[in-house]
Design a protein around this ligand. Structure first.
Ligand code: R2B
Ligand code: URA
Length: 309
């Protein structure tokens, strides 16, 4: 079976394989990665993906396409105007692009969507026998007490009660999984941002919710049963728990990276300060400019890492 034991790694513990904690997979003749429209019997996954070292994931397909064009330019592997084929062209669930050692994949909105994508990504990396892979989520979020456009690198991903855990129902029972992330990676990204000196970046906790409106204490959803004071009270409590931004995928991302032994980091730009409002009133151009910031930071980080080898 694919994957490495200590002996195959020559005892080198620095080569980190992808952990697949599922004995059933070994018994399957074929594995179909349905939402990618890829499979072990139909595609040569080691040939297609064996050299992947960095996987960048983000909500929107077009943002992940422009990221691959940007990183191709940064790494001198192509022009920002080159076209990259969507590897998942046979399905419109997720989009996937690749240049050199970098893979860029969309994950849609919310924990259920990103967890489907990550199950299939982790299996893909395992089938392709990838080692030493770093996964970076580049996303958007609502800030708490930060100037819009500030980038937040996640220290801890917490749920809507400010606990660093992902609650999942498996066989009808609640299962809690840790959302611990790599401190060193977060710190390296912060250093990178300091060198860039292009926009403000902080390390803070990220709150992951199951909804954009009531789940994030907004007053502008289709339903709302609390007051402005209740909203301010909740967001202030979150701030006191170290939360600096709110989004909708980080607990699943962190938990699944940890379970599979992948190094993971979350870098999200804040589109607004939630203490000041709920609606996204900045211009389209301004919001577009903000969304480039996690790409620029992560792009710089990847370039630095690859040049250091
Ligand atoms: C950030 O932005 C999306 C909601 O607008 C959601 O996917 C998230 O985490
Ligand atoms: N994404 C979120 O989940 N919340 C926001 O406020 C902005 C982007």
């Amino acid at each position: 079976t694919p994957g490495f034991n200590d002996e195959q790694r020559g005892g080198d513990k620095s080569l980190n394989p992808i952990y697949i904690k599922n004995p059933h997979l070994d018994l399957m003749k074929e594995d179909i990665l349905y939402h990618f429209n890829l499979g072990t019997a139909t595609h040569d996954l080691p040939a297609m993906f064996g050299d992947v070292k960095f996987v960048c994931v983000g909500g929107s397909p077009s943002r992940m396409k422009s990221f691959i064009q940007f990183i191709a330019g940064e790494l001198n592997l192509g022009n920002p105007t080159d076209e990259y084929p969507n590897i998942c062209a046979g399905t419109d669930r997720f989009s996937m692009f690749k240049v050199g050692p970098v893979l860029s994949i969309s994950h849609g909105m919310g924990v259920p969507s990103i967890s489907i994508m990550l199950h299939e990504l982790i299996k893909l990396l395992h089938h392709a026998r990838c080692i030493d892979v770093t996964v970076l989520r580049i996303g958007t979020s609502g800030g708490i007490g930060l100037k819009p456009g500030t980038v937040v690198i996640t220290r801890q991903s917490v749920d809507a009660s400010f606990v660093p855990q992902l609650e999942q129902i498996i066989l009808g029972k609640k299962v809690l999984r840790s959302t611990e992330l790599d401190d060193t990676l977060a710190e390296e990204l912060l250093q990178c941002s300091k060198q860039l000196n292009d926009f403000e970046t902080v390390i803070g906790n990220t709150m992951c919710t199951l909804d954009f409106y009531e789940g994030q204490a907004r007053l502008d959803g289709a339903f709302c049963s609390y007051t402005e004071a209740d909203k301010q009270g909740y967001l202030t409590e979150a701030y006191q728990a170290g939360v600096r931004n709110i989004e909708m995928e980080s607990t699943a991302f962190a938990a699944m990276c940890k379970l599979s032994g992948l190094q993971g980091a979350i870098v999200c730009v804040t589109l607004l300060d939630r203490l000041e409002g709920d609606q996204l009133t900045s211009s389209h151009d301004q919001l577009h400019d903000y969304q480039l910031r996690p790409q620029i930071l992560v792009g710089t980080y990847i370039k630095k890492k690859l040049n250091a080898v």
